[in-house]
Design a protein. Sequence first.
Length: 580
Amino acid sequence: MPGRWFRLSGHFDTATLGDDAQAREFLITEVHHSASNNYHRKAATPSHYENRLKAIRKIITWRPPRGHNSNDTRIHGIQTAIVVGPAGEEIHTDEYGRVRVQFHWDRAGINDEKSSTWLRVATPWAGANFGMTTIPRVGTEVLVQFMDGNPDRPIITGMVPNVNTMPPWTLPDNKTQSGILTRSTPGGRYDNANALRFEDKKGAEQLWLHAEKDQLTEVEHDEDKWVGNDRRKTIDRDETSHIRRDRTETVHRDETITVHHDRTETVDHDETITVHNNRSERVDHNETISIGNHRDEDVGKNETIHIGQNRTETVGQNERITIGKNRDKDVRNNESDKIGKNWSIKVGRLKKENIGMANLENIGLARMTNIGIAYSLIVGMVRNTAVGVVDLLTVGKSRKVTVGESQEISIGKTETRTIGQSHTTSVGEHLELVCGAAKIVLRSDGGIFLQGTRIHLQGSAQINADGGVVQLNCGAAQAPPAAPAAPEVKKETPSDKTAATGSSLVDCGGPGVVGMDAGLERLMSGEMSPLAVFKELKNLARTAKAVKNGDVGAIADVIGSVAGSAAAVIKGSGKGAGGI
């Protein structure tokens, strides 16, 4: 065969070549074969073969001319072959994207990387580092053509499905579908793939994009998306959006956001939220708001805050509350105000306080009340004022004290009165001055009685005594009459009060005094416990007994009856307000 070489030995001419091996090596450049057999001949006729060849020394460079000693072979048409590769590999290629194949007529190949040389693969688009790349995988049936029919220049021009490599979608059921579906490798199953599918069925058109794992989208400039109807997005785990500049989102109707666990929102600068209609916010557990600097809240009309249990508000420095019109404050149980230093209240016109039972005020040093025009104090039952050291009362013009029945003044040591012009004391029936054994009595009938161990009359100018009869040491003088007995104050019983007022309430009508009906109403409504009512009434009873002025017995009877009513309620006797 031309192109092979041989080493000549045993030839008569080789003796002159000596030990030079290259001189005995020859390259065959041309061979002429002549052969015959005994086909159609007699069996005894022997077969014959002979050849003639031309050769040159092997060390001489030689390139055969075109068509030298051969005829060009041409392969016309398309053949199919199966892509092959090393055992265990699903994709076998080189840097050019070439693959190896085994033709169906190749009986010597074993379907591995030695079955053929590398074959180039045609693609719809190819360029300098751009275009499309689809590498036929091992087992794929491909179409092989030969450029100019030359068997030494094969090229893969396409791929065809077969019974072992079926199309990606079931046909003809999905005949309206087209697209691209890959396969995960190595070891990918039928459902492990990336895919781009087009559904062209009328009325059910669809573009389906599937990423078996990650999907990366890069847009160098702008991106616009338009959805004519609805859009749904489901993310099974986390989502992160990074916007380096501004973001604008417009929802023309409703928006619902549901966060099933925690939510954290951070705004490094300002935030503005505008709600043109209503806003409702509900926190089922706790809420914490921390504001590093200032906070302004503006409510155009009404605001209602409902706190189910406790509320604690701490202001580090100053607080100012301005109310344009009215303010109502309702504390159903107790209220405690603690002010570290000063407290100033300014009421433009009228201040009214209504205390259901008692008012206790404890002032450490001093208290000053400045009233511009008038001051009125009404005490329904008992008033007790105790001054530890000094009591000063200054009235600019006049003072009037009216006592309905009796007044008693007890001074431990000294009383001094200074009257600038005149002093008038008017007593309706009996006026009596007593100092030890001395007594002066003035009667409404004109009688004047002086009694004492020694009576002295001394006038630096004169003493005048005029009378119809003047008796001296005649035994006609009378002892001063005794003061008339104080009028008995009727002890008003609860039944009398009920008959007069139509109620079991002992209500004296003054501010700060709670009557029986009001106390029982608060008891029944749950504002005060029965034990608390009972204790308050007992305290009033002790206060009444401590007062030395007035009819202590009547006061004690009234409060005792009220305490008895409260005790009856505590025991569940069923006596209501009308039974007191």
